[in-house]
Design a protein around this ligand. Structure first.
Ligand code: SAM
Length: 272
């Protein structure tokens, strides 16, 4: 797939390389979705073989997204910028938000044309949400996008969601610098909700085997330490319980040792 096509939002699904496994579609497969091709399913099965906790991790991540959005709506946030939003599945951001606040507005951003196409299909009759195809690293393009201007008022608090996406941003790309540029564009009272795969919880060789599968996909997985993830929250005050294992962030069901060993951290911070 041509991820460099930044000249247009047009989805161009017909140009998707169906032989190249996609991180978006592999995640859809982990979650039991059907928007994936044979190459995605093969790679996803390899990832599961490399790290059997993969499916549990995907579900736990999705559950964190739901809890974080619920928390933000309860905190009064009424607009969301969901970067790396993925293929629509259970508990999409606008659905969670609209249960409490039907007027909440959401802009979904993803680089994957299949994710954007399915999001647009779902949102066809939804005036308060839109899907944009863009690379989150192109901060100016995202923030300057007409759909962002139409749906979000950047003078009011925004829920900035970067859930399970920054581990696809290479270490050389300065994730902290990218987050800081979004932070600087947002009003005080905005929040960052973030989850990210990390080096902890699983044996190093398990994580290496998992990463090796993604070496042949459209996006490679990079792992950051908890300290590096804390850096991403510069300028934000972490709300309780801080940056913690994914399943330990304000759980609403019982957590198990297996859940707590998932190699990912999650946190929500309030912009000062
Ligand atoms: C694991 S999925 C997470 C989906 C959703 N945020 C969730 O947590 O349920 C990661 C998504 O990030 C997208 N992605 C990866 N790199 C990206 C980038 N640089 N800009 C925008 N989206 C990106 C992928 O296409 C994929 O849909």
């Amino acid at each position: 797939m041509d991820q460099s096509d930044q000249t247009t939002d047009s989805v161009g699904i017909e140009r998707v390389d169906k032989e190249l496994p996609s991180a978006a579609r592999m995640y859809d497969y982990y979650l039991g979705g059907t928007h994936n091709f044979a190459s995605d399913r093969r790679a996803a099965e390899q990832a599961i073989a490399a790290m059997p906790a993969t499916v549990l991790g995907a579900r736990a991540n999705r559950a964190f997204l739901r809890r974080a959005v619920q928390f933000l709506v309860d905190a009064g946030v009424r607009q969301f910028l969901d970067l790396g939003s993925g293929i629509p599945t259970v508990g999409n951001v606008h659905e969670v938000a609209h249960r409490v606040a039907p007027d909440a507005r959401v802009v979904y951003v993803d680089v994957d044309p299949v994710a954007v196409a399915h999001s647009r299909g779902l949102l066809a009759d939804e005036p308060n949400a839109a899907a944009v195809r863009a690379d989150l690293r192109d901060v100016d393009r995202v923030l300057g996008h007409p759909e962002v201007a139409r749906l979000l008022d950047l003078d009011q608090p925004v829920g900035l969601l970067m859930v399970a996406v920054l581990h696809f941003v290479p270490l050389s790309d300065d994730a902290a610098g990218i987050v800081a540029r979004y932070r600087d564009a947002l009003a005080p009272g905005s929040h960052l909700a973030l989850s990210h795969m990390s080096l902890t919880g699983q044996a190093p060789e398990v994580l290496e085997r998992f990463q090796a599968v993604y070496a042949n996909a459209d996006n490679q997985v990079v792992l950051r330490s908890r300290e590096e993830l804390l850096d991403l929250f510069t300028g934000f005050d972490l709300v309780e319980p801080g940056l913690v294992p994914l399943a330990a962030w304000r759980p609403d069901t019982e957590t198990s040792p297996e859940l707590l060993r998932l190699p990912g951290f999650a946190g929500v911070g309030r912009r000062r």
